[in-house]
Every structure is written in structure tokens, then in C-alpha cells.
Ligand binder design. Structure first.
Ligand SMILES: CC(C)(COP(=O)(O)OP(=O)(O)OC[C@H]1O[C@@H](n2cnc3c(N)ncnc32)[C@H](O)[C@@H]1OP(=O)(O)O)[C@@H](O)C(=O)NCCC(=O)NCCS
Length: 223
């Protein structure tokens, strides 16, 4: 197998967890030459080490190296992830997906570029996962679920069959979603919530049963 040179965009907690996923894949069979991290000014400085991997630089580094490397974005917040990915795509950067070896899935799962599945997730069949989706530790995803681009599913979430998570939605730790509901685009479901009916777009919903507590302006993710 050809070893790919790769970088992680984002130096925060989930950026390090993305590194964990790549290193776990390499332990099974070396697939990646993990060069390090790319960030924006104001976070880590170029040449700093994060879990033994260097901060390579900012987006100008990516621009210079776009033909040699592929990228994955380890920023958990959907809106910021979308912004950084669009910036990188405008430079011509290509993205790759990473699935932790301790994932259980069938061959009936389709997934777009740039998505990350961390350890302990279980995905059954006829599931569509878009691009740049994060499935954090120990989630279950049932049959016929659709998870659109830029969605973040936090640890320990149960997504029942036929659920649809629309673009940019964020599902908090330990939430449970009953079958066939839709979480609208750029909405937030609070940690521990039990979602028993559709959550409209651009809202925050919490509790058991989950109820909308905040309504945001359409386009709030662009602010
Ligand atoms: C839902 C959430 C986004 C709300 O954040 P927020 O918009 O800043 O809202 P606030 O903290 O102002 O809370 C508003 C009200 O909702 C309540 N609330 C907040 N989160 C709640 C939750 N998960 N379940 C039940 N009630 C919740 C608050 O107690 C508060 O109630 P009050 O008005 O009676 O005091 C946040 O609390 C949350 O659950 N985030 C998920 C975090 C997570 O899972 N991260 C994963 C990292 S890997």
C-alpha cells in the first residue's frame, strides 16, 4: 500500500484525537506519514510539538504543499470546521477520511471525504455519511441513517434507524435519538437529550424529551 503524506487541520482536543485515529490505523498497517498539524494564527505557533508532531504552519504552508499532502480537519465545532475546510478547498487541498480500526461497520456504509470515525462506533447498514462528519467515541448508528456534511456527533450518542442529521448539526454527548426523526441544519442537541420529534433547523434543543430553548437566525453559522 502506498503511504500517504497527511496533515491535520486544527490543534485542539479533537485535532489530537484525530491524530490518535491515524496512529491506531498505522498500528494495524502503516498507511500514513503523519507530517503534523496546520493551524491559524492565535492558537499554536509553527514548530511547536503537539503529542510529538510539529505544528507545520498556517494556511500558507498548506498552499505551498497542497500537491504533496492530503488533509483531515480535527476541529469539532461544525461551523468553524466548515470555514477552515472551505478555505483549504479554495487552495486546492484534498481531504481523506479516517476510520478507527475498532469501528464495527457493514459494507453498506457510504462515507464522503474528510470524515472521521473514532474508536468504538458501531454502524449497521444502508447508512450514508457525508463529507467532513465527525463520529466521536462509542456512538451507534442504525439502519438507513443519513448524516449530512459537517455534522458532529459527540461521544456515546445513539442514532436510531431512519434518522436524518442535516448539514452542520451538532449532537451533544450521550444524546439518544429515536427512529425516523430529523435534526435540522445547524441545530444543536444538548448533551444527554432524548430527541423524540423533529428538531427544526437553526435551533438549540435540550432535555428529555428534547425541547427547543433557543432559535437562531438562519445563517448563524456564518457569523
Ligand atoms: C445545549 C448547550 C449547547 C446549551 O448551551 P447554551 O446555548 O450556552 O445554553 P445555556 O448554557 O445558556 O443553557 C440554557 C438553559 O438550558 C439548560 N441546559 C443546557 N444544556 C442542557 C442539557 N444538555 N440538558 C438539559 N438542560 C440543559 C441550562 O441549564 C439552562 O437552563 P436555565 O435557563 O433554566 O438555567 C450545552 O449545554 C450542551 O449540552 N452542549 C453539548 C456539549 C457536548 O456534548 N460537547 C461534546 C464535546 S466532545
Amino acid at each position: 500500500m502506498k503511504i500517504q503524506k497527511v496533515v491535520i487541520i486544527g490543534t485542539g482536543g479533537f485535532g489530537r484525537e484525530a491524530l490518535d485515529v491515524l496512529e491506531a490505523i498505522n498500528q494495524v498497517e502503516t498507511q500514513y506519514d503523519i507530517l503534523g498539524f496546520v493551524t491559524e494564527p492565535g492558537y499554536h505557533e509553527p514548530r511547536e510539538l503537539i503529542n510529538e508532531k510539529p505544528v507545520l504552519g498556517y494556511f500558507d504552508w498548506l498552499e505551498h504543499h497542497k500537491n504533496e499532502v492530503r488533509a483531515i480537519c480535527g476541529v469539532g465545532a461544525p461551523a468553524m470546521r466548515r470555514r477552515l475546510i472551505q478555505q483549504a478547498e479554495q487552495l486546492g487541498v484534498e481531504f481523506f477520511s479516517a476510520v478507527h480500526p475498532r469501528t464495527i461497520q457493514t459494507r453498506w456504509v457510504r462515507m464522503g471525504a474528510g470524515s472521521i470515525i473514532t474508536a468504538g462506533c458501531i454502524l449497521t447498514n444502508n447508512i450514508t455519511i457525508g463529507s467532513h462528519v465527525h463520529l466521536n467515541l462509542d456512538c451507534t448508528v442504525g439502519h438507513d441513517v443519513v448524516i449530512e456534511d459537517f455534522v458532529t456527533v459527540s461521544p456515546g450518542v445513539h442514532v436510531s434507524g431512519n434518522v436524518r442529521l442535516e448539514q452542520g448539526s451538532f449532537i451533544g454527548t450521550g444524546a439518544n435519538l429515536i427512529e425516523a426523526i430529523t435534526v435540522g441544519q445547524w441545530s444543536v442537541v444538548g448533551a444527554g437529550s432524548v430527541v423524540v420529534k423533529d428538531i427544526p433547523a437553526n435551533t438549540t434543543a435540550v432535555g428529555n424529551p428534547a425541547k427547543v430553548i433557543k432559535t437562531h437566525k438562519p445563517g448563524w453559522h456564518l457569523e
